[in-house]
Design a protein around this ligand. Sequence first.
Ligand code: 6PG
Length: 246
Amino acid sequence: MTGRSGVEIFKTAEAAAARGAELFLSASREALASRGRFTVALSGGTSPIPLFRCLAARAPFAEVDWSAVHIFWVDERCVPPDHPESNFCLAQEHLLSKLPAPGAVIHRVAGELLPDEAARLYEAELSAIFSGAEIPVFDLLLLGVGSDGHTASLFPDMDLERFSERRAVAVYVEKLRSSRVTLTLPVLTSARRIIFLVTGSGKAGIIAKILGGSGEMHYPAARVAASENQVSWLLDRDAANWIENP
Ligand code: 6PG
């Protein structure tokens, strides 16, 4: 972990999520004040749900111009946007549909298309919004970690260097028997700020390896966390068991 990584441990997953919502809003205010917009990429899965809900509750009073907030996803399952597995559908249900009108600017991955086509279109959208920058620099990434050390849809058995020239790629995840579109390592490690929200006893093992071990750089989550930018780990006690019981 770099010197700019911070670990915060909370009694409950809800408390960790509330801190994540607070950091989301402070990052949005900083970006809007200094750059006139806020670009953020969300994760799917279950961990972000309490954060989405907390954000939705605070959004009407947050003094944020949501129409200048550009929402992307760090990954997406290759399913239609109304599919229960869709990360867009998850965010739409718990957050996006509850933002004050006119809401945020949504840049979803077209999961209904063939994976490679969806990835190419997503890259074109990234290029358009980030003015053709060599590597898009997000203001914030909201990341989870799988118990195998994956983050976004970058898994330990993948040769991540194979994607180093791409900004978003289609991958087939054998263990999940699922196609996904994911941001690549160069994009994930370039973000100004990264929040890992990791909760539950099922993540204690991987957290101990990533935060308590030698960094275990074959885990994609550890490689992202090695970013020179600001990385926050928001853990509940169950996930941080090794710290409290080394
Ligand atoms: C996804 C996510 C993925 C997630 C981890 C953790 O599409 O599933 O982007 O990277 O963050 O799998 O998932 P949980 O939060 O459900 O444990």
